[in-house]
Design a protein around this ligand. Structure first.
Ligand code: PMP
Length: 361
């Protein structure tokens, strides 16, 4: 069986040792004689698996004790609705920083539920930039400020922690969480669907500061209520047991790699190789994002024509590289190179890019 280089934006490649361990334990987890998918979520064994996954995230992200780690469902898209439902009441306003497709969606969902102030919207330049912090003016009494630390489709990434100077900061970190160290204490809440750097789809990790739980609106269904979820340790109902188990394995793998500091160096090296290939192509490849805003996770670029982009993806498939077509909303090419994506795969793509531009210029 050949594994191929999968540049998909998510669900994305998982570390091979994690897949192998999951395979080996598929029929009997921890000697129980049962698959992790067959055991009760209320069993002692699953309790320890859940506690292990939480501790794994706490260890690798260095999460302070005054934060809760929740395993929720419904993806990051559900969080777009839950955040205003929990924190935006009728008298208040929420500030949204919109630097790409997902931030725009988050703001639109919040606007269906309450008053939203768009602090900045880089859509007029095609979501190619990350503004300077000096460009932001926040509402002094904002219920919260929301931003997207890495825009998966547009390929732009914040290189700094957004500081709203008072209001709580909530960050959609779907596509760059666990790619580098992050100072959790600067955030009121960070959330991410698992399917890029954390594990499989179907689990959403929410890291939330204790004082935010005091602000949760009354009367929400318990599954939509961060306080209820925290009080019941993500077990209001049956959690995604398989997903939580894999998150624990991924955290173990991250530790084996030397932690987030080591992954950051590796990720930067992979991104540097790809951006170099773009910049040294005499204009055959054009990076979408402004240089200073370039994402280390999602490398987006275009070719001279859409026909060439189609041909590029087809030929890449023949070389065992898949998932390179850009999101349907923007087209172009996108190479997603999360933690588990190997350096050798990036080197293979760089080599192919050279061959392809030479043959088609
Ligand atoms: N935010 C970002 C930054 C994303 O990349 C994605 C998914 N790719 C989402 C939100 C939506 O996530 P989900 O599909 O888990 O709802």
């Amino acid at each position: 069986m050949t594994r191929i280089y999968n540049f998909s934006s998510g669900p994305a490649m998982l570390p091979e040792p994690v897949l192998e361990q999951a395979r080996d334990e598929m029929l009997s987890v921890s000697g129980s004689g049962m698959s992790v998918m067959e055991i009760s979520h209320r069993s002692k064994l699953f309790g320890s698996i859940l506690a292990g996954a939480e501790q794994g995230l706490r260890d690798v992200l260095d999460i302070p004790a005054n934060y809760q780690v929740l395993f929720m469902q419904g993806g990051a898209t559900t969080q777009f609705a839950l955040i205003p439902s929990n924190f935006l009441n009728s008298g208040s306003v929420a500030d949204y920083v919109v630097t790409g497709y997902w931030g725009k969606k988050a703001a639109a969902e919040a606007a269906r539920r309450g008053k939203v102030n768009i602090v900045v919207n880089t859509g007029s330049n095609g979501f190619r930039t990350i503004p300077d912090p000096a460009e932001f003016t926040f509402s002094p009494d904002a219920a919260y400020v929301h931003y997207t630390s890495n825009e998966t489709i547009d390929g732009v990434e914040f290189k700094y922690d957004l500081d709203a100077g008072g209001p709580p900061v909530i960050c959609d970190a779907c596509s760059n969480i666990l790619s580098k160290p992050i100072d959790i204490s600067k955030y009121a809440m960070i959330y991410a669907g698992a399917q890029k750097n954390i594990g499989p789809s179907g689990v959403t990790v929410v890291i939330i500061r204790d004082d935010m739980l005091e602000r949760v609106a009354a009367g929400l269904p318990p599954l939509f209520d961060y306080r209820a979820m925290a009080e019941q340790h993500s077990m209001v109902n049956t959690p995604n047991t398989w997903g939580v188990y894999l998150i624990g394995l991924v955290c173990g793998w991250i530790k084996d790699q030397g932690g987030l500091a080591a992954l950051k160096i590796r990720n930067e090296e992979k991104a540097r190789l790809l951006y170099n290939a773009i910049d040294s192509s005499d204009g055959f490849y054009t990076g979408r994002a402004e240089r200073a805003a370039r994402s280390a996770m999602n490398v987006t670029f275009t070719l001279p024509t859409a026909d060439l982009e189609r041909k590029f993806c087809e030929e890449a498939e023949r070389r065992q590289m898949s998932g390179l077509a850009g999101h349907r909303s923007v087209g172009g090419i996108r190479a997603s190179i999360y933690n588990a994506f190997p350096l050798a795969g990036v080197e293979a793509l760089v080599e192919f890019m050279g061959d392809f531009s030479a043959a088609n210029s």
